[in-house]
Design a protein around this ligand. Structure first.
Ligand SMILES: NC(=O)c1ccc[n+]([C@@H]2O[C@H](COP(=O)([O-])OP(=O)(O)OC[C@H]3O[C@@H](n4cnc5c(N)ncnc54)[C@H](O)[C@@H]3O)[C@@H](O)[C@H]2O)c1
Length: 387
């Protein structure tokens, strides 16, 4: 019980105290805000009181679409909404693009508001450290939006690794991606440097990293040799640009569509990572854990939400014989409800955030380290600022 967060405890008793309603605001009303609002609407102790977006009218249309009456939306940005003390906000969901994660998160925390921040945590390690400092100053909860952590299959990976069944882990390979999957169905906020900052790395790479770092108990990353490229995104003849009639996106593309890295983690573990929004192969490989007593294979997915589609296999020896144990897939739960509920429980009951910044700062350190190592063309030491 001691290590459980509020969500895990409530999973056991399944009660929601409705005597106190949480007053929630949404910052950024694009695609992912839809998943947040739908999950908030299913919680009996939530009142959605406001939303803000940089694009005039977008937040109002969003609230109308979801039938939220009486919510305030006429704010030019997150700042005006947070400054509106009449809202008495308990919590905000930050659903903005990556470059607008740190600023709104720090501003909300400094104004005494709990924060559910979408993944990736931010773009640079310096921003991540500032977020952690704001969290400490405020004493409020900040949870980072990695909903795969609530998947029973993802939790099973952690259970297997932590059980000691594989012995000491010394090598991990992770990553995934798509043959053609640069995310532009809703415009260019994922591919422009000024909005996204990082591409496949931060969009889906952060999930692969969280899968393994969380399973390993969040070892600190020490050094990284990183590489990133953008051959598909910058090509006006990229097939999906051509199919959708947007060759001009090639000129807007300012991030990575492929990245790879070799990372040394505390505890003598090496991590081999690769991720792609586009590539000329079906998969860059499964996630594998190699340990002194056994190995675990987690079949590759396109990594956008962490759902497993095929069973995992443990490779070990039983009575001196080489044996494979297939771990059956578990039925998934509604990850969005789990993500929102766990955050609300932590805000109401205090204690540890369900997806703590102290874990995710290591994820961010690797993303940032890959970008920095790529820029200098060699391995670098990972330096996490004091926070
Ligand atoms: N957890 C998941 O499964 C998941 C899935 C998709 C996206 N995401 C993350 O969610 C974030 C948003 O993705 P999206 O697809 O919704 O992007 P989007 O571009 O569709 O929406 C972002 C919205 O934020 C608004 N915005 C930006 N800065 C703002 C500010 N300071 N104040 C108010 N509004 C602001 C923009 O105008 C835009 O409408 C990204 O960081 C992405 O990585 C998470």
């Amino acid at each position: 019980m001691a290590d459980m967060n509020a969500f895990e405890k409530n999973q056991e008793v399944k009660t929601v105290d409705t005597s106190k309603k949480m007053r929630v605001g949404i910052i950024g009303t694009g695609w992912i805000a839809e998943a947040h609002i739908e999950a908030y609407k299913r919680q009996p102790d939530v009142e959605i009181v406001a939303a803000a977006d940089l694009i005039p009218g977008k937040a109002a249309a969003f609230m109308k679409r979801y039938g939220i009456e009486g919510a305030k939306t006429d704010y030019a940005s997150h700042k005006e909404m947070i400054d509106d003390k009449s809202l008495k906000l308990d919590a905000v969901s930050i659903c903005t693009y990556n470059r607008q994660h740190a600023g709104p998160a720090i501003y909300a925390l400094d104004n005494g508001i709990n924060v559910l921040l979408e993944k990736p945590m931010c773009v640079t390690i310096e921003e991540a450290a500032e977020i952690v400092k704001a969290e400490k100053r405020s004493g409020k909860v900040i949870s980072i939006g990695f909903q795969p952590r609530f998947s029973p299959n993802m939790q099973m990976i952690k259970k297997i690794v932590q059980s000691g069944e594989l012995g000491d882990i010394y090598y991990v390979q992770t990553g995934g991606g798509r043959r053609r999957g640069i995310p532009t169905p809703f415009g260019t906020t994922f591919i422009e440097d000024e909005t996204a900052g990082l591409g496949a790395l931060a969009d889906i790479g952060c999930y692969s990293l969280d899968l393994v770092l969380n399973a390993l108990g969040n070892p600190k990353p020490l050094t990284v040799s990183g590489y990133k490229s953008a051959f598909f995104g910058t090509d006006p003849n990229y097939s999906n640009y051509v199919k959708t009639g947007h060759p001009e996106y090639a000129k807007k593309f300012g991030v990575d569509d492929f990245a790879a890295a070799f990372v040394r983690l505390e505890g003598g573990i090496t991590l081999d990572f690769r991720i792609a929004w586009a590539m000329n192969i079906d998969t860059p490989g499964d996630t594998i854990f190699l340990g002194t007593k056994g190995g675990l294979r987690v079949p590759s997915t396109d990594c956008w939400n962490g759902t497993l589609t095929k069973p995992m296999t443990i490779y070990h020896e039983v009575a001196g014989e080489q044996v494979e144990t297939v771990v059956p897939l578990k039925a998934d739960i509604n990850l969005w409800d789990a993500k929102i509920r766990s955050f609300l429980d932590a805000c109401k009951e205090g204690g540890k955030a369900p997806v703590p910044s102290a874990d995710i700062i290591y994820n961010q350190a690797i993303l940032d380290g890959i970008a920095k190592s790529n820029a200098v063309g060699r391995e670098i030491e990972i330096v996490i600022p004091e926070c």
